[in-house]
Design a protein around this ligand. Structure first.
Ligand code: NAG
Ligand code: NAG
Length: 387
């Protein structure tokens, strides 16, 4: 494809896929009941009594069998057999690479070229590792420092410190940030985590200007991967990216982009993903049975169990719990008077997420409650939510 056509084409792709991608998670928030918390209770929390039925249901991953099949197919090299999204995305990926290689070397490159083959092998390797590791392991919270902060420190020229960040701000994308004037407060944290590449230009006064970690879902990288050199850096090329995988096929984008990124491009540990999934599902089930009075089995049909997913914001908060001594949450929540996103005009919420359930989780964090599925070896740092 000619370079001049590419931007327009990318926009078209964006529009087409906006309708069908399965875990798009730009952050929308809906705190209705959460009050502004200015301090955190650090006293001993009451002993939790988690309902064992809820725990049992939350531990069932409805989409597991389907995911396993999908991974098998991908490892077999069957990229095209899974519907329009995958065939289109992956083939176009290779075409794009093909065209680029040809223009840089002057040689035509086929799908069997050593270069593509290398990406293919890399793809298979990381996908295999990921799928082998995908299991429940609550102690994974204790490993986040080594997995995430370690590589970032190294990148920043700091060596082998297992210290946590003294304070972190997780900045969601809710319209409640507009006119909040939180910019300076956000930037005063040692680390600032932003979500899904939300724009900060011209919003700095309310959202701050510092970014230490860009947290995204893999759909974001998938779109970036279409750009020259996988450009995915609204906050600068030196900002590390932490990404969770929405669809295993996105490891192709990862394999392609990892080598071109200056700063670390880290994929969340699948054990961390499983843990986040269980926690959100627990809160969602609890809310469902309490608010509807319906049998727990009906949750699946209401929430489309196999598609249900935590939001990027939720996992970013979980990450912050693991790597920070204090966590401040900004831009999570909604008000009737506020825009959905501070930086877009999008209106509709996605039903793949249960934001209300996630807010209940944050409220428990603020209140210092014990959280289901977290190992008691892990000490939850104080959390404050700013509105
Ligand atoms: C646990 O939740 C289930 C499902 O809502 C409910 O039927 C059961 O009574 C609850 N058990 C306890 C001890 O509250
Ligand atoms: C991604 O790239 C970095 C830096 O080149 C490398 O150290 C890392 O091993 C790569 N990740 C994977 C999973 O191959």
């Amino acid at each position: 494809m000619k370079r001049s056509v590419r931007p327009l084409f990318s926009i078209l792709i964006l529009i087409v896929f906006a309708a069908i991608i399965s875990c798009r998670t730009a952050v929308r928030r809906g705190f209705s009941a959460l009050q502004l918390e200015t301090d955190v209770s650090v006293g001993p929390p009451p002993a939790p009594v988690f309902n064992s039925t809820l725990l049992k249901f939350a531990a069932i991953d409805v989409g597991e069998a389907q995911l396993k099949q999908e991974i098998e197919r991908l490892l077999d090299g069957n990229l095209a057999g899974q519907g329009r999204y995958r065939s289109f995305a992956t083939l176009r990926r290779f075409n794009h690479l093909d065209a680029r290689s040809r223009s840089s070397t002057g040689l035509p490159v086929t799908l069997r070229s050593p270069r593509l083959y290398r990406y293919w092998l890399e793809f298979r390797r990381v996908l295999q590792d990921w799928s082998r590791n995908k299991r429940f392991q609550p102690d994974i919270m204790l490993e986040l420092i080594g997995q995430v902060k370690g590589p970032i420190d190294l990148h920043n020229g700091l060596v082998g410190s297992d210290r946590r960040y003294a304070s972190c701000a997780v900045v969601g994308n809710s319209g409640i940030l507009l006119k909040s004037e939180h910019g300076e407060l956000i930037d005063s944290h040692e680390a600032v985590i932003r979500l899904n590449n939300a724009r900060i230009d011209s919003f700095q006064h309310d959202v701050g200007s510092k970014t230490s970690i860009s947290f995204v879902n893999s759909n974001i990288l998938h779109f970036c991967a279409r750009r020259e050199s996988c450009f995915c850096h609204p906050y600068g090329v030196n900002v590390p990216i932490v990404m969770y995988i929405c669809q295993p096929v996105h490891f192709l984008d990862y394999a392609l982009c990892n080598s071109t990124h200056k700063a670390p491009l880290l994929v969340t540990d699948p054990r961390f993903d499983v843990l986040c999934g269980r926690i959100v599902k627990y809160y969602s089930l609890k809310r469902f049975v309490e608010e509807t009075g319906k049998p727990i089995e009906e949750w699946n049909s209401v929430h489309d169990g196999s598609m249900f997913h935590y939001s990027s914001g939720m996992q970013a908060v979980m990450l912050a719990l693991g790597i920070c001594d204090k966590v401040s949450i900004f831009g999570f929540g909604k008000l009737a008077s506020a825009k959905h996103h501070y930086h877009t005009n999008q209106r509709a919420e996605l039903h793949l997420h249960d934001y209300e359930a996630e807010y209940a989780f944050y409220r428990d964090l603020v209140a210092g409650q014990v959280i289901p599925f977290l190992s008691n070896k892990f000490k939850i740092p104080p959390v404050v939510v700013y509105q």
